[in-house]
Design a protein around this ligand. Structure first.
Ligand SMILES: [Ca+2]
Length: 246
């Protein structure tokens, strides 16, 4: 039979073992609770991020961003004189329009030789640029649709910053009888200024309707242009239309 002292020692050891087990359980519970709290915090954070993301949608596509940037650029002074054009990057840089699409990278950002800048879409044979036209001077007309059709183009090897273009301008001169008149034009595409410049083709085109047409594709798209119709000699603007290219 064990002595009372030995029994006390055994009892103390049993109590100590029970305490340690309980302490371990407490630690385990604490860790589980902490992890649950951490997961709750993460879930809350994810919910907040989802809310932020939803506020951002619909995310504008790249074409829309390009159009918005072009409109802002048109409102601001581009910082270049009349003989230069802006490279269009975040850092202002001006180059001669003669260096645009000449096969050598002159802008630091390479925009002067980019696929977009040098695309043939605005002067592609068969392209039409049309829009409802408002005449403000020269001839009094009801608004009617002007259609410019590109019929030919030629890019000289030695002068790649210009593309020579021929086309036909036609419009309805009377919306009741649907009388349509047309005249042939010639001119060029200037990629640096993104401008299609067309004038009546020859002396026979001296009808009251035969004017120069200038369409500037400076709205961030190959398919939209601000167009003016004006006199050749004085460059006086007679009418305007927002041209849609097809
Ligand atoms: Ca160049």
């Amino acid at each position: 039979m064990k002595s009372p002292v030995a029994l006390l020692l055994v009892a103390a050891a049993v109590v100590s073992a029970v305490d340690r087990k309980k302490a371990r359980e407490n630690v385990h519970d604490y860790r589980v609770k902490s992890q649950n709290l951490h997961i709750d915090a993460l879930e809350h954070e994810i919910e907040e991020l989802e809310e932020e993301y939803e506020k951002l949608t619909p995310i504008p596509d790249k074409e829309e961003v390009k159009r918005l940037k072009a409109r802002v650029r048109n409102l601001e002074d581009d910082g270049c004189d009349d003989h230069h054009v802006q490279c269009g990057g975040d850092v202002p840089e001006c180059i001669s329009p003669l260096f645009v699409c000449d096969g050598h990278k002159d802008c630091k950002n390479g925009n002067d030789e980019s696929e977009y800048t040098c695309s043939d879409r605005p002067y592609h044979v068969g392209s039409t640029i049309s829009g409802i036209t408002s005449w403000t001077d020269c001839i009094t007309h009801l608004p009617h649709i002007t259609v410019v059709t590109i019929t030919a183009n030629h890019q000289p090897e030695a002068y790649t910053s210009r593309v020579f273009v021929r086309g036909v301008v036609s419009f309805e001169v009377d919306e009741h009888s649907h009388l349509v008149t047309s005249y042939s034009v010639k001119g060029y595409w200037n990629p640096g200024r993104r401008a299609l410049v067309l004038i009546p083709d020859n002396e026979r085109e001296k009808s009251v309707y035969a004017h120069a047409v200038v369409c500037k594709f400076n709205l961030g798209s190959h398919d939209e242009a601000d167009c003016t119709i004006g006199t050749v000699a004085s460059k006086h603007v007679c009418a305007t239309f927002r041209g849609a290219r097809t």
